[in-house]
Design a protein around this ligand. Structure first.
Ligand SMILES: Cc1cc2nc3c(=O)[nH]c(=O)nc-3n(C[C@H](O)[C@H](O)[C@H](O)COP(=O)(O)OP(=O)(O)OC[C@H]3O[C@@H](n4cnc5c(N)ncnc54)[C@H](O)[C@@H]3O)c2cc1C
Length: 373
């Protein structure tokens, strides 16, 4: 353990969007940074269950190459199983997470972060003034730890941080269905994402979706975990809807993957030089399940908080500074959305009211301007 090249300023655990951006910003700011990822990233990245919908602003902000976008999206069709139908216009992109996450991880490496893939963390211990992290292959030391290892965060579990309440977890099922581009264009529309709602007759708290990728339809379903009776049967109910059945008629399943989405914050986001970032902290839109931009911003803010507090010699204020940055940008809104979510999914009447408003307004506007009241 004497090897000085195993001593870092910051160790980031998990090379998803949150961890990769954190490592990128840390390295750019001159911190000796290690990025530990348990999976193999390789040349092509690694598959992650995700709709892959991103706002066009994000694509532009990170200079994401257009040839890495699977589809450019212009509209969102909101189907309620009672027959009501809403359309929302807006430009976005659908990406494969393998390509997207690798793009961000490459950025971190190009900025000077050291990436160790296939090196999952297996132990973390607090020493007098640093953390000792044991991976599958080695032992490392760091002053700061950024836990960006997803909703189940092994890092925070090993540190005995409290986990999410059951009503703050959505169980999702994803199927990647390979088909022909022309078929997708004809049935779904070339640039349209479809979301399906219905509290009584489809999903009690959540929704289902068809996301068009170049030659694949990502079929997804997600319901609050403590309300699920039989996930496979409930998923089947969705795929039996006439429109969905038609869209999937000529397709072949390539991947099947369940995964959790946190839709409420972890009881704490910082403790003793450890930061919870992205899904590890439950920093996700509680209504839509959108998490990519929040993971990225929280990763950036964790590093900004370290930089600010070191400069001002206020290391006892790290947690306050981190939450202040999160709050200023979006945390306040996510908290308000968490409260609003209970009302929206209380009954179909409220849900349809929300879908009707969503046609015209951003969801944050609906909540902050209290348009549901
Ligand atoms: C079905 C589904 C659909 C979604 N659709 C969208 C969408 O369309 N748009 C959107 O914005 N968001 C979507 N989300 C949410 C989004 O996927 C997450 O919010 C986002 O991935 C969070 O990024 P992250 O970096 O926090 O964590 P993750 O992307 O989960 O990354 C965590 C990383 O940590 C690694 N790791 C885990 N354990 C260890 C360990 N022990 N040691 C080292 N590394 C470890 C993992 O391998 C992984 O690479 C969706 C989620 C799901 C489940």
């Amino acid at each position: 353990m004497e090897k000085s090249n195993n001593i870092f300023d910051i160790i980031v655990i998990g090379a998803g969007p949150g961890g990769s951006i954190a490592a990128n910003v840390a390295a750019e700011n001159g911190y000796k940074t290690l990025l530990l990822e348990k999976e193999q990233i390789g040349e092509n990245g690694r598959y992650k269950a995700c709709g892959g919908a991103t706002a066009w602003e994000l694509v532009e902000e990170i200079d994401y190459p257009e040839d890495k976008i699977s589809r450019v999206i212009e509209s969102l069709e909101l189907h309620h199983v009672d027959g009501d139908h809403f359309s929302k216009k807006g430009k976005g992109a659908v990406i494969w997470r393998s390509t997207f996450d690798k793009f961000l991880t490459d950025k971190a490496v190009n900025s000077g972060a050291i990436l160790k893939e296939r090196e999952g963390i297996i132990r973390i211990e607090k020493l007098a003034d640093s953390y000792q992290i044991t991976s599958k292959n080695d032992v490392y030391l760091a002053n700061y730890v950024i836990a960006a290892d997803g909703v189940t965060s092994p890092t925070l579990k090993m540190l005995n941080w409290p986990y999410f309440e059951k009503e703050n977890l959505i169980l999702t099922i994803t199927k990647e269905m390979k088909t022909q581009k022309s078929f997708i264009d004809k049935i779904l529309g070339p640039d349209t994402v479809h979301l399906f709602f219905g509290i009584k007759n489809l999903i009690s708290v959540g929704y289902a979706w068809l996301f068009p990728k170049a030659e694949t339809i990502t079929v997804g379903w997600g319901n609050q975990i403590n309300l699920i009776k039989n996930s496979r049967e409930e998923f089947k109910k969705f795929t039996s809807l006439p429109f969905v059945k038609e869209a999937l008629a000529d397709s072949k399943m390539e991947i099947f993957k369940p995964h959790l989405i946190p839709v409420g914050l972890r009881p704490k986001l910082y403790d003793d030089n450890v930061f919870a970032v992205g899904d590890a902290g439950g920093i996700v839109d509680p209504i839509s399940g959108k998490g990519i931009p929040y993971a990225m911003m929280s990763g950036m803010f964790a590093v900004e908080a370290i930089k600010f507090c070191e400069k001002k010699d206020k290391l006892d204020k790290l947690g306050i500074q981190y939450e202040k940055l999160l709050d200023r940008k979006f945390l306040r809104i996510l908290k308000a959305k968490r409260t609003a979510r209970d009302k929206i999914f209380q009954n179909d009447e409220n849900l349809k009211k929300f879908l009707g408003l969503w046609e015209k307004y951003r969801s944050s506007e609906i909540i902050m301007r209290k348009l549901m009241d």
